[in-house]
Each structure stands twice: as C-alpha cells, then as structure tokens.
Write a protein that binds this ligand. Structure first.
Ligand code: SF4
Length: 369
C-alpha cells in the first residue's frame, strides 16, 4: 500500500507545512524552478535519509525514495517525527480528512466517528494552495460541515487564489442552513462538487441506516437549498441488503423529485470500520442480484440524469453496464486478487479495497478473457 505517513526529523516545536522539491524523475537533473517559501529543496541523499533545506530550516525524510515524493506537500509533526502526505503530487486521489467528528452513525461507516477534534484548517488551506496545477482535492471526515464556517472560508479563499483547482466534498448534508447562503454564494460553485448520501426514498430506512431520526427529512430540505444555490450535487447510495430491494423506488424518487442533481452514484461497500463489523448483515452481492441495480440505472439515465457505479469490480457487472463502472477506489487503497492475474479488464478495473476479505462475497467474480 502507498504510505500516507512517513518518518521525518525536523528541528521545530510546532507542526508546519512544506513542499518537497526532489530530483527530476530520471534521478539526475535538479529542478531549477524558483522555490516558494514553503518549499524545501533536496540537498543530499545518504544512508541516514534524504536531507532537504528551505527557508524554515533543514528537514530529513527517512524510509522513502525522494523521487517518489517530489512535489508532495507534507504536514510535518516534528514532535512525533512523522509527516502526513496531504498532497501526493503524482496522485489524483488527495483527500483532507478535516475532522473525525460526525453526528450520524452509519451502519457501514468506513471511518467511525471520534469525539476528539483538532482544527487543522489553516494547514489544509496552505497545502491546497501548494497543490499541483489542475488538482481536484477531496475533503472528507467525519462530517466536514460540523465546521462549516472554516470550511466555507477555506473553499472561498483557495478557489479565489487558484483558478485551476477544484474540490470534491463528502458531507451528510445535515448542516446547511438558509443562513449559510451568504457564505456559500461567493464560493465558485462550478469548481465544487458535494457528495451527499441518500440511501432510500423511505425515511425510516434512510434514518435507520444513518442512525439518526429525522435525517431523511433534513437532507431533502438541504438538497433543495443547495441546488437552489446552484451547487453541484453527487448523490451517493451505498448498496446494502437493507436498501437493495428499494433501489428502483429510490431511482424513481430521484428522477421525479431530485432531477437537479448532477450525478447519482450507486456504490459497493467498503469492508472496514463499521462496514467490517456489519459486513455479514449488510453486504449485498450485486454480481448475483444486479437486476435492481440495472433497472435503477436505466430508469434515471432515461430521464437524462447521469448515474454511475462506484467500487464495483468490473467482472461483477454485466457487460452492457461496464462502461458505467469507472475505477474509483483511491490508488493508495486499491488492490487486485490472485483471480485478477491475466484478466483483460484489469487495466480499467478499479479492483478491490486493499482490506476486502479473501472470502470476497461475490458469487460471480473472475477473470474476463
Ligand atoms: S477479475 Fe479482477 S481485474 Fe478482472 S474484472 Fe474482476 S476484479 Fe477486475
């Protein structure tokens, strides 16, 4: 798995953000472009690690090839001797986890909420401003909008300063409010997509899945509010046993009540966190029961709404729907199985989450010649 945290030594008391400037990819030619005050340049590499220098002083990176971290933006925690790779310059999958707090307790949550919160928004803002040209940055949690004032400000400032960047934000959609309109309007809505989960058109089923009474009603109010502000909404539905049978009804509901959304994503489950704990009761084998999924896709797409399959191994999807199943699992947590060796679809298949169980649960899975 690609490491998101690396070992660092730095002579400082407080956390700080730096961008690493290493060698060119061929390992010989030093970069000559002008350095930003947050940049540190590679000075030498030895058995004791890679030594960088910058305006803030020297730092030493251990245990990773400097060529693999060139352009990466790190949040260095000198007391712990670690650095989080907030931006990996070679990756399309950079996400800021802005909080681990959440007001919902979803049955399949991959990142179970914690009470503790440390405000790292200023570091995230600095990191975003140092991102490579044209990057899309993910924001997730926990629930990012529990800290919506900081979030809206970060979005506004970064998007104003960097016309090339965009954001994808995962939120449960519970905390928007008509009073937020003044803070949301100055954010360039063309460069922000809000990924918001809706699990069922039946309020009782949705509320049961997210562990919060009244969540469905609040969500629908806020979807209307956000779309009234011109927000781009990617509606997300994790497919599970409790909501699989109702998927075609949800598709009809979306087509008739929420036609203003940008995209509907039907998603397979992730076997980690609560998802692992509840796997046996929740996992829905879509390779055997694709009918509800196919009907739902057909229905919303026939009404002109974009609909996609996220996190579905391609061989579990009937051929006529495979073009709707892009590779969506982030590079650092994507894995393939022994069964995938020699599969003709592997280059465009998103595979599995690294932690998907060996007993994968799909009745129909296997190499496509
Ligand atoms: S066999 Fe593996 S690589 Fe091929 S489609 Fe299935 S999951 Fe993807």
């Amino acid at each position: 798995m690609i490491p998101l945290r690396i070992k660092v030594e730095a002579n400082a008391d407080q956390p700080f953000v730096v961008r690493l400037r290493s060698f060119e990819a061929d390992g010989r030619e030093q970069k000559t472009e002008q350095l930003n005050p947050f940049d540190v340049a590679l000075e030498r590499v030895g058995p004791d690690g890679a030594h960088y220098v910058g305006e803030g002083g020297p730092i030493r990176i251990l245990g990773i090839d400097p060529a693999k971290v060139d352009g990466d933006v790190l949040l260095v925690n000198p007391r712990r001797g670690t650095a989080d790779r907030l931006i990996r310059s070679s990756s399309l999958h950079n996400t800021f986890l802005v909080t681990e707090r959440c007001d919902q307790v979803c049955l399949m949550c991959s990142q179970p909420p914690k009470k503790h919160h440390v405000d790292l928004f200023p570091y995230f803002e600095t990191a975003a401003l140092l991102a490579p040209e044209g990057a899309t940055i993910g924001i997730s949690g926990g629930e990012p909008t529990l800290f919506k004032a900081q979030l809206f400000e970060l979005l506004r400032r970064v998007l104003e300063a960097r016309a090339d960047l965009s954001f994808h934000i995962l939120t449960n959609g519970q905390h928007f409010d008509p009073d937020d309109c003044g803070a949301i309007r100055p954010i360039d809505r063309r460069r922000v997509v809000w990924g918001i989960p809706l699990y069922s058109c039946n309020p009782a089923v949705h509320d049961e899945i997210v562990g919060k009474a009244g969540a469905h009603g609040r969500l629908l109010e806020n979807l209307t509010l956000m779309c009234g502000l011109g927000a781009q909404v990617e509606l997300r539905t994790v497919l599970m046993r409790p909501n699989a049978d109702g998927l075609p009804q949800l598709a009809r509901f979306i087509a008739s009540t929420l036609p203003f959304i940008r995209t509907w994503a039907i998603m397979q489950m992730e076997n980690i966190g609560f998802g692992r704990m509840n796997w046996k009761t929740l996992f829905y084998d879509s390779s055997e029961g694709f009918d509800v999924v196919g009907r739902s896709l057909d229905l919303v797409r026939s009404r002109g709404i974009d609909a996609w399959l996220y996190n579905f191994p391609l061989c579990t999807v009937p051929g006529q729907y495979r073009h709707l199943a892009p590779s969506t699992i982030s590079d650092w947590k994507r894995a393939y199985r022994d069964e995938c060796d020699g599969c003709s679809l592997k280059a465009r298949c998103g595979g599995f989450f690294e932690w998907h169980p060996a007993n994968h649960g799909y009745g129909k899975l296997g190499i496509v010649q």
